[in-house]
Write a protein that binds this ligand. Structure first.
Ligand code: MN
Length: 228
């Protein structure tokens, strides 16, 4: 066995609810503008756009329950999202077979440095600086699909300090979960360990230090995160 020239980085993992087992994370894909009302609030026409994706880093996922306000931004937004975790993958996966690849689901946040993302958009630059920063993807332990089933509808909601800020229904996704998996697999080779954040309903907005965010999705444990 060969050794490593530097210390092996810690693998990114997510706990699995009700077990002592961990889900190893390989890649994190995020879909943009997947709820019509959110696309409209961001100034886009939801009818004309094919899906598009960006990525976060596996170790941006964070189950600690705290979100450190990141540097170089004064406009950090919450985006409440359902996360899908894959137990297998492949290329050119058919929509009909896509859910066979799902291990389970988590409730997550796609935290965004909106000011930096806005500058990047304006300058035609990539979005990583706005999206893929440390602790930018708070998430719950995963719930196996064998327990939750595959959700097609249900309220997804975010409150801050008890006040509702985002609310939608999973059935409002423009691109459904099987379609997202199939579409991604036409462009990338998906594999076990991949996680997909499925987009956010309308109502995104800024957070402040001290805020208590709670994301609820019908049928799943809620995600509680304090901004510090
Ligand atoms: Mn998002």
């Amino acid at each position: 066995m060969s050794d490593f020239v530097i210390e092996l980085p810690q693998p990114a993992t997510l706990p699995v609810r009700g077990t002592n087992s961990l889900f190893p994370v390989r890649r994190v894909y995020c879909i943009g503008r997947n709820y019509a009302a959110h696309a409209v609030e961001m100034g886009h026409d939801p009818d004309k756009e094919p899906p598009f994706f960006f990525q976060k880093n596996p170790n941006n996922l964070d189950t600690s329950g705290t979100f450190p306000y990141p540097p170089h931004s004064s406009d950090v937004h919450h985006e409440a999202e359902l996360a899908v975790a894959l137990k297998s993958g492949g290329k050119n996966i058919a929509v009909e077979n896509a859910l066979d690849h799902v291990f389970g689901y988590g409730v997550s946040l796609d935290m965004t440095r909106r000011d930096l993302q806005g500058q990047a958009k304006k300058m035609g630059r990539p979005w990583e600086i706005g999206k893929a920063f440390e602790n930018s993807a708070p998430i719950t332990p995963l719930v196996p699909a064998s327990e939750s089933g595959h959700p097609e509808n249900g309220i997804i909601k975010l409150t801050i300090n008890g006040e509702v800020r985002q609310e939608g229904d999973l059935n409002q996704m423009i691109w459904k979960i099987p379609e997202m998996i199939s579409y991604l697999s036409d462009y990338f080779e998906l594999a076990a360990g991949d996680v997909i954040l499925t987009g956010t309903p309308a109502g995104v907005g800024p957070v402040e230090r001290g805020d208590k965010m709670e994301v609820t999705v019908d049928g799943f444990p809620s995600l509680e995160v304090t901004v510090v």
